[in-house]
Write a protein that binds this ligand. Structure first.
Ligand code: ZN
Length: 248
């Protein structure tokens, strides 16, 4: 049922490990080399690498590369393909950036006093959770969902809920997040959320759109940094600036 491109590429690399083309301890070819050889984007290769990492087959050594840690035949626990998310973390973020920046643009025109005080309350809750240093994203989710609810459009609200479901229980997402200091990031995200709220208070669709775009851009850049093992110059070309967002 699952024919995700990153899974196909991940399985191909898995087969190479199984057939001893790459042995335990070997460094895998670079992201660029694999991408050129297999004719897929480097983002897809990166997602495939995270998949192998989740499956305990490879180990990422920052600044050095990706090394074979286990062979599939040696692993006692065989990872089931059905346990893999059908959406990779980077393509999810790209979709969120496009959709949520438009949702907030629309919401900014309609927000009333009650909506704004609700967003303020959620933001306060986020700050309290941050002080407790909890790895708790419920207030983050609530904030994004509350924005969608301002539109009173059930399709947009359902889409927003679905975006969040893709993110939860996504082992690849968790793998990337396990490399970060949650508290540092929460501070960044709260600042972003404040900017979004200010733009909604000003009832400025263009500022709100820009603030949401920038928020998810910051998330994306952070995750790219964290998933990058060999090439700090990676330009994230898949995520070229949305022409719609240019100049706002
Ligand atoms: Zn957020």
């Amino acid at each position: 049922m699952l024919h995700r491109t990153y899974i196909k590429i991940g399985n191909q690399l898995k087969k190479d490990i199984e057939q001893n083309i790459y042995k335990v301890g070997d460094r895998l070819p670079t992201e660029r080399e694999i991408s050129e050889k297999l004719g897929v984007s480097r983002t897809i290769v990166r997602e495939a690498m995270v998949m192998l990492e989740v499956e305990q087959l490879v180990e990422v050594k920052k600044g050095s590369g990706v090394y074979v840690k286990n062979t599939p035949q040696n692993l006692k626990y065989q990872f089931q393909e059905k346990n893999l998310p059908d959406v990779g973390p980077f393509e999810l973020l790209q979709a969120r950036q496009l959709l949520e920046s438009s949702i907030v643009e629309f919401a900014a025109k309609q927000a009333n006093k009650r909506d704004i005080s609700r967003l303020k309350e959620i933001l306060e809750k986020e700050k309290v959770l941050l002080e407790k240093d909890l790895d708790d994203y419920t207030a983050d989710e609530e904030f994004h969902l509350a924005i969608a609810e301002i539109t009173q459009n059930d399709v947009l609200i359902k889409l927003q809920q679905q975006l969040w479901q893709y993110r939860f229980n996504n082992p690849m997402w968790n793998q990337l997040h396990s490399r970060i200091l949650q508290k540092d990031l929460h501070h960044l995200w709260i600042e972003d959320h404040e900017n979004i709220l200010v733009a909604i208070q000003k009832k400025s669709p263009s500022l709100a759109k820009k603030a949401m775009w920038q928020h998810l851009e910051n998330v994306k850049v952070k995750l790219f940094e964290l998933s990058d093992v060999e090439d700090p110059e990676f330009d994230g070309y898949l995520f070229n600036v949305n022409p719609v967002a240019v100049g706002i």
